[in-house]
Design a protein around this ligand. Structure first.
Ligand code: OFO
Length: 168
């Protein structure tokens, strides 16, 4: 059985995952409008993934005798200077989510809620992977540099890095 404190904190995480999904959807649309098809696919896939993360927490709250709350969401920005700004925003967003997950883990320990602690370990590993993924993409963008075909190669690199991460 979840404590009220734990239930509230998990519901806040539901909101964060939902907001991440919306944010990635907006990024996907931006990329698509810029003709960056590979990057658009990467973010469409990621938006789905974040929704899955949200659903996983909702199911856990329900199974644990709590009540999930469907969050209200702010409209994400659809304006970016360039693809680098999009990836940097995604990386910063992942870092925030990681912090929130770690705070949840801390709370599960103070609440002596071992089931939730165990449940959250999946998210700890997932956040680690997502940060690595974003950093890999940032490194590739730096490597490709600013040549005339740079955008084409960056788009391919984003798509390919996403596919590789999914396959693992
Ligand atoms: Fe839900 O993993 Fe990213 O934010």
């Amino acid at each position: 059985m979840l404590s009220k404190k734990m239930e509230k904190a998990l519901n806040e995480q539901v909101g964060m995952e939902a907001a991440a999904s919306q944010k990635y959807l907006a990024m996907a649309i931006w990329c698509d409008a810029e003709g960056l098809e590979g990057s658009a696919q990467f973010f469409f896939d990621h938006a789905e993934e974040e929704r899955m993360h949200m659903m996983k927490i909702i199911n856990y709250i329900q199974e644990s005798g709590g009540l999930s709350v469907v969050p209200a969401l702010a409209k994400p920005t659809q304006k970016y200077a360039d693809i680098k700004a999009v990836i940097n925003a995604a990386y910063n967003s992942e870092k925030k989510v990681t912090k929130a997950i770690h705070n949840l883990v801390d709370l599960s320990l103070t609440e002596k809620d071992h089931a939730t602690y165990n449940f959250l370990q999946w998210y700890v590993a997932e956040q680690q992977e997502e940060e690595v993924l974003m950093r890999k993409i940032i490194d590739k963008i730096e490597l490709i540099g600013k040549g005339p075909q740079a955008l084409y190669y960056i788009d391919q690199a984003i798509f390919k890095t996403g596919q590789e991460a999914e396959a693992n």
